[in-house]
Design a protein around this ligand. Structure first.
Ligand code: NAP
Length: 311
């Protein structure tokens, strides 16, 4: 049987790396699994302007590289593999990747959340052929094109602004005329001359041209029920996120949206010895700085719990 670690951290966003920094400094020799998207959601964003300590802003991927280096500096072991199965019914806990099995006295879950899609069949087939869930990753492929961004939250505003660096015109398509986005982000988009608005509209279909790439979309007006087809050379879906908790179904308590339920104000999950940090258990704040804060809390909760168990 493999060595039993003190703590395994699943996920490599601000929560995971902060938990690793604190756990490593507490001499727990944490082992961190980066998962499918090393560095988490911040690696697919551009400027981070609201993380304290960076008065001029910082690029998301650069910030996550700094987090990683800091975690490594204090002795975190980082694996590129993804945890695909967990067994929390026995202690030490068992965690499987595609190739190996690991054991740990405690686990910190910081698997974050992933971008949601509209749910259209064509969205899947045209993903990478003009449909994208990441403006930062794909924006440069749309120079002088007319593109659309779906959504009315901060992500949609941010992506639309970012896309104006490349596209000739960016239309924000939103299903109502009120926005979840913060006022400052909406105003910034409203002031951008390249951004147009299609409000009260839902995308109901996506069409491809002869080249197999997106050429137009059908959108339906929620007030009249009328549909119309509009030319579109790129469609960026920015409609929120789903927590990455599939492997914990039936193993940890979750709310109806799949977010892990932690003890109020703490990081304890429904299984003793398993802690939750970051967006995976936060459907409200979902900020890099709150994720980092809860990563710190999880490491401290974990350290004290391990001590109480005599480890
Ligand atoms: P969000 O705030 O949940 O907004 C999602 C948007 O997508 C809403 O406008 C929603 O419309 C729309 N939507 C949801 N499902 C849809 C569907 N099936 N079809 C069409 N539209 C749909 O998500 P977010 O924008 O990703 O932001 C998440 C969190 O991250 C927020 O707390 C945000 O403040 C934060 N964030 C911050 C920044 C920043 O400060 N720089 C940048 C990005 C994100 P309805 O409003 O009608 O429900």
């Amino acid at each position: 049987m493999s060595e039993v670690h003190d703590v395994i951290i699943i996920g490599s966003g601000p929560a995971g790396y902060t938990a690793a920094i604190y756990a490593a400094r507490a001499n727990l020799k944490p082992v961190l699994f980066q998962g499918m998207q090393p560095g988490g959601q911040l690696t697919i964003t551009t400027d981070v302007e609201n993380y304290p300590g960076y008065p001029d802003g910082v690029m998301g991927p650069d910030m996550m590289e700094d987090f990683k280096k800091q975690a490594e500096r204090f002795g975190t072991t980082i694996h590129f593999e993804q945890i695909i199965e967990v067994d929390f019914s026995v202690r030490p806990f068992k965690l499987k990747t595609d190739f190996n099995e690991f054991q740990s006295h405690a686990v910190i879950v910081s698997t974050g959340a992933s971008a949601k899609l509209i749910g259209l069949e064509a969205e899947k087939t045209l993903m990478g052929r003009g449909v994208s869930a990441c403006a930062t990753c794909d924006g440069a492929f749309f120079p002088d094109k007319k593109v659309m961004v779906v959504g009315g939250g901060d992500s949609a505003m941010e992506e639309a602004n970012f896309l104006t660096r490349y596209a000739s015109e960016v239309t924000i398509v939103h299903r109502r005329d009120e926005f979840r986005a913060s006022k400052i982000m909406v105003e910034r988009a409203q002031k951008n001359p390249k951004i147009k608005w299609d409000l009260f509209q839902s995308i109901t279909d996506i069409h491809a041209g002869d080249d197999g790439k997106i050429s137009s979309v059908t959108m339906k007006d929620s007030r009249t029920g009328d549909s119309q087809v509009k030319d579109c050379e790129g469609l960026f879906v920015a409609i929120g996120h789903t927590p990455n908790t599939k492997i914990f179904e039936g193993k940890l308590d979750m709310d109806e949206k799949g977010y892990l339920i932690a003890e109020p104000g703490r990081t304890f999950t429904s299984v003793e010895g398993v802690f939750a940090a970051g967006d995976v258990s936060d459907s409200i704040y979902r900020q890099a700085v709150t994720a980092a804060g809860s990563g710190c809390m999880a490491a401290i909760d974990c350290e004290r719990w391990l001590e109480s168990q005599g480890h």
